[in-house]
Design a protein around this ligand. Structure first.
Ligand SMILES: O=C(O)CCC(=O)C(=O)O
Ligand SMILES: [Fe+2]
Length: 220
């Protein structure tokens, strides 16, 4: 299947879901990796969130702005060490706004102010099952940035976890934005492609993914 090309390198995977390959240059990727490493150390360390059935997720996650645990947001990381998560830095908020403009064109990102980021660390065997991002109250787009190993990203429909879906290879530096009619689409990461990343990003293995979101919860 050929996906519609929206402009240089932009592909609409589903209405409101846009993939922009190679959006972050190597330098931006490197800076993002350095920042993610720092956030993973604390004040709330990266951890595998435990699902309600008792199983830990295979990805390790650290949150900024708001802390996410299955399936809610809080200011303090009550399932980790009780500390308040690090604030979402302004440069990342601005990057989110630029990403929305890149994906949708015009000045679409002007009013976009993310207030949380989930930073996911994938090793070669990590996966993420099909899910919706629906713990936010707001329905602003989700902005996803990837660095390191390529992954298979499965972008589905809003009804259920199964077909129809579109498989996308998310490579290092890629941007993926999903909003509008695709905001509540199921999506997941069935596999990582070990050894595909460029060590010059600062990652010698694995994959880092940052999703920026607007929770819609009032500032505390
Ligand atoms: O790693 C990815 O590309 C997706 C991450 C994701 O879906 C999430 O954090 O909710
Ligand atoms: Fe998600």
């Amino acid at each position: 299947m050929t996906l519609p090309l929206l402009g240089t390198g932009r592909r609409e995977v589903a209405p409101g879901a846009v993939h922009v390959p190679g959006w972050l240059d190597l330098d931006a990727q490197r800076r993002l990796v350095t920042a993610c490493r720092e956030w993973a150390r604390g004040p709330v360390p990266a951890r595998s969130a435990v699902l309600p059935g008792g199983h830990p997720m295979s990805v390790r996650t650290v949150c900024l702005g708001w802390h996410w645990q299955p399936y809610r947001y809080t200011r303090t990381a009550d399932d980790v060490n009780g500390d308040r998560v690090a604030p979402l830095p302004d440069w990342l908020v601005r990057l989110g706004s630029a990403a929305v403009t890149e994906a949708y064109g015009d000045a679409a990102g002007d009013g976009y102010r993310a207030d949380t980021a989930l930073v996911n660390f994938y090793d070669a065997d990590a996966r993420m099952g099909m899910h919706q991002d629906r713990d936010e109250r707001a329905r602003e787009p989700v902005v996803s940035l990837s660095v390191g190993d390529t992954c298979l990203f499965r972008f589905g429909n809003t009804e259920n976890r199964s077909r129809p879906y579109t498989d996308v290879e998310l490579e290092s530096g890629d941007l993926f934005v999903f909003g509008g009619p695709s905001r509540l689409a199921y999506h997941g990461v069935p596999r990582i492609r070990p050894g595909t990343g460029d060590p010059r990003t600062g990652l010698t293995g694995g994959r880092v993914n940052v999703t920026l979101r607007v929770t819609g919860f009032p500032d505390a």
